[in-house]
Write a protein that binds this ligand. Structure first.
Ligand SMILES: C[S@@+](CC[C@H](N)C(=O)[O-])C[C@H]1O[C@@H](n2cnc3c(N)ncnc32)[C@H](O)[C@@H]1O
Length: 282
């Protein structure tokens, strides 16, 4: 690990709470939602306690949430092989993504950040040796030109704002470094306490400018609604029904099933597209 990164990241395997992590109304709300959601039996069973929480990239033969979730990371990393150097996992959640990165580079070369201390604690258990720190993607405490690659799965639409994060990502990447991420285009304005209004865009043609305005090269974009959310929605529906049949008509089982159905229908209605993005700093 380079000295510049070491200055700001604990070398211990336990996550660090940085002194200057400043929660905002948005990050506090997101932590409430995600911490509670990730702790639910439904979530943990669907992802089989893997540390993942994303829609996945569903291909023939994949039947489990965690396998699809890891496949999303593998699909993003495929064109970037060989993965080398210092890698930053932004919005690592409970660390499934960090664990997958550690299949390609030694854990000591990976730094993972997230806004939730609860999630970081879980993530640190999955990948001993990696460095975890509570930090917002939009206020990174790393020196310029610190990382060879940045991965950010299914989180950029939450950041205050997408543009601020891309400026930060550009700053902390070394020249020639890569950024690989997934993003969501929404059909309608979602509540500002979940997605900042500035992150909405209406036409896909507007989207590459988010990257080029920050100094990046033209991004490569894959529109992937079908293998991601559309397939995940079906898998969640099937899983929810099987679970309710198994548990019978107890009030808790009914509540869990209804919540899952409502969440799926809501996401079906608001998600317009799911984007996979690869881009480099010149
Ligand atoms: C859908 S989860 C994705 C987790 C993980 N990347 C995965 O694929 O399993 C979104 C994550 O974004 C994190 N997040 C939201 N806003 C953030 C911010 N400003 N900085 C860092 N992480 C953030 C949340 O805490 C949550 O863990």
């Amino acid at each position: 690990m380079s000295e510049s990164i070491r200055e700001s990241v604990s070398s211990s395997h336990q996550p660090t709470v940085s002194d200057n992590f400043k929660p905002t109304a948005l990050t506090e709300n997101l932590n409430r939602i995600y911490d509670q959601g990730f702790a639910s039996d439904f979530h943990e069973d669907f992802f089989r306690h893997s540390g993942f929480s994303n829609f996945g990239y569903w291909q023939p033969g994949i039947t489990e949430g965690d396998v699809a979730a890891e496949n999303l990371v593998l699909h993003l990393l495929k064109p970037l092989q060989p993965i080398q150097g210092q890698i930053l996992d932004v919005a690592c959640g409970q660390g499934g993504t960090t664990k997958t990165l550690a299949k390609f580079v030694p854990a000591e070369q990976i730094t993972a950040i997230n806004i939730s201390q609860q999630q970081l604690t879980a993530a640190a258990r999955h990948t001993p040796g990696a460095h975890f720190e509570q930090m917002s993607a939009t206020r990174m405490r790393f020196a310029d030109n610190s990382f060879d690659g940045i991965l950010c799965i299914e989180a950029i639409f939450h950041f205050e704002t997408r543009r601020r994060f891309l400026n930060e990502a550009f700053r902390v990447l070394k020249p020639g470094g890569w950024l690989a991420l997934t993003d969501v285009q929404f059909r309608v304005r979602t509540p500002a306490r979940i997605i900042p209004p500035a992150n909405h865009f209406h036409r896909l043609e507007q989207y590459p400018a988010f990257y080029t305005d920050a100094g990046f090269e033209q991004p490569l974009i894959e529109r992937a609604l079908k293998p991601t959310w559309a397939s995940c929605s079906k898998a969640l529906g099937l899983y929810g029904r099987k679970r309710r049949q198994h548990k019978g008509f107890k009030p808790e089982a009914m509540r869990e099933w209804v919540m899952n159905e409502m969440r799926c229908r809501l996401y079906d209605a608001v998600i317009q597209d799911y984007l996979l993005v690869w881009v480099r700093k010149p």
